[in-house]
Design a protein around this ligand. Structure first.
Ligand SMILES: [Fe+2]
Length: 339
């Protein structure tokens, strides 16, 4: 399946965007009901915690003989965003040779987003604690719960500072499956995201990171209504780094992605000034990807409609984001009693 992932790399100043981590139009009360309808969190099944640890590449080798990886890091550092293909990363992240197989299966197995009133979005979500072990990055799933049917869910919370539709509202999404949670493809995507971010200073070279792993699908209806992501405007995600990869695209038109200056936040391609758009493009090949430094650029993705209205179509993205975790020592915490 390697040949289904492009072996070429494009990077540089004409690059890219990040997907909107899709949200939607459900009220906070609906969100609270959805949360309360799930069962209480329980520990991750022991079968999950006994899987063998993953090993990976040293954290800081991104610039050495890395080919596409080095070019991508250089562009990310220079421009705040960079475009690349997973095929160019296989020499550093061998599991990505199987990305096309993973992507095809993932695109076929996405439940509807329960918070999306438009019916045009499907998704799975998982959250990981990524940490260094002997110089390598390993990732363990966290915030995973199980509903009354035993289906794994993951709690998702975004800050209202960055998410105008669902900010500060806990949502519960279908989790990545048990198999996906431990798939080496997932773990190499996490390592790649963190390594690029550390190499460019987008993430501090710390000990641990919270990682969000999204599989988001735009699934347009037969009546011509576009399937849109949310927020449907230029925005920042809040997480310092996000990598976005095309997971699947079939029988759809549209879905152009934009990278904009920070001044474009809150605007749409129709209203933004041309100089605010740093790059625009349509991802068309499985494994095409881009990464953004959320401190420096905004991004936006447009909706899609079916090419042939009589059959299903979809555009499916994998998004990987990361935030640092900082250890605080006792001398850094004031001893005064809390008033
Ligand atoms: Fe986004």
């Amino acid at each position: 399946m390697v040949n289904q992932v492009s072996e070429t790399t494009s990077s540089g100043s004409d690059s890219r965007s990040v997907e909107a981590k899709d949200e939607s139009d459900k009220s906070g009360e609906d969100a609270k009901r959805a949360l309360s309808s799930s069962t209480s969190p329980r520990p991750i099944a022991s079968a999950l915690t006994t899987k063998p640890a993953f090993t990976g590449l040293p954290v800081n080798d991104g610039r050495e003989g890395a080919g596409g990886l080095a070019k991508t890091i250089t562009a990310l550092e220079s421009d705040g965003f960079s475009r690349f293909t997973l095929g160019a990363m296989v020499s550093h992240y061998p599991a990505l040779a199987n990305f096309a197989t993973f992507a095809a299966r993932a695109s076929r197995d996405l439940p509807p987003d329960p918070y999306d009133k438009t019916g045009g979005r499907r998704r799975r979500y998982a959250q990981f604690l990524a940490h260094k072990r002997n110089g390598h990055i390993e990732a363990t799933p966290i915030h995973r719960v199980f509903d009354e049917q035993g289906e794994p869910k993951t709690i998702y919370l975004q800050s209202g500072t960055y998410q105008p539709d669902f900010g500060d509202v806990e949502r519960v999404f279908a989790s990545l499956s048990d198999q996906q949670i431990w798939d080496p493809v997932v773990h190499d995507l996490i390592r790649l995201t963190i390594q690029m971010a550390i190499a460019t200073g987008t993430l501090p070279n710390g000990e641990a990171f919270i990682v969000g792993f999204h599989i988001n699908q735009q699934f347009p209806r037969s009546d011509g209504t576009p399937a849109r992501v949310s927020p449907n405007k230029f925005h920042r995600d809040g997480e310092p780094v996000t990598m976005a990869v095309l997971c699947g695209r079939d029988n759809v038109e549209g879905g152009e992605t934009f990278v904009g200056s920070l001044a474009t936040v809150g605007q749409t391609p129709d209203t933004v000034s041309p100089e605010g758009i740093l790059s625009r493009f349509i991802l068309s090949r499985i494994g095409e990807a881009y990464v953004v430094d959320d401190r420096r650029v905004a991004h936006h993705a447009e909706g899609v409609v079916r090419s042939n209205p009589s059959i299903d179509g979809h555009r499916t993205m994998i998004l990987v984001d990361a935030c640092p975790i900082k250890r605080v020592f006792s001398h850094e915490i004031p001893t005064q009693a809390k008033s």
